[in-house]
Ligand binder design. Structure first.
Ligand SMILES: [Zn+2]
Length: 89
């Protein structure tokens, strides 16, 4: 164990003990098709989140982007200034 307090861990365990039976009942109620749909939704969500968190991800077209000379952020190759640090190019 680390030197951190046991309190937050105990609180988390208590919450888990309260929540898990409800989750089990929920999963039993929705049945196998519900598990697949819910699991699939979580997987898709995880893929979307990891794509968004990956370095260099951007909604706009990435084909014409370069790294800022000053801060290294991805900016438009034809931008006059860096949109992150404001350095003139
Ligand atoms: Zn910059």
């Amino acid at each position: 164990m680390s030197s951190r307090s046991l309190g937050p861990t105990l609180i988390a365990i208590g919450i888990v003990i309260i929540v898990v039976p409800f989750l089990v009942m929920f999963f039993l109620a929705i049945g196998p098709l519900g598990w697949v749909l819910l699991g699939g939704a979580v997987i898709v969500l995880g893929i979307v989140v990891s794509l968004r968190e990956s370095p260099g991800y951007d909604d706009v077209d990435r084909s014409n982007r370069i790294n800022c000379d000053d801060c290294g952020a991805r900016i438009d190759a034809d931008a006059d200034t860096c949109e992150y640090c404001g350095t003139a190019r």
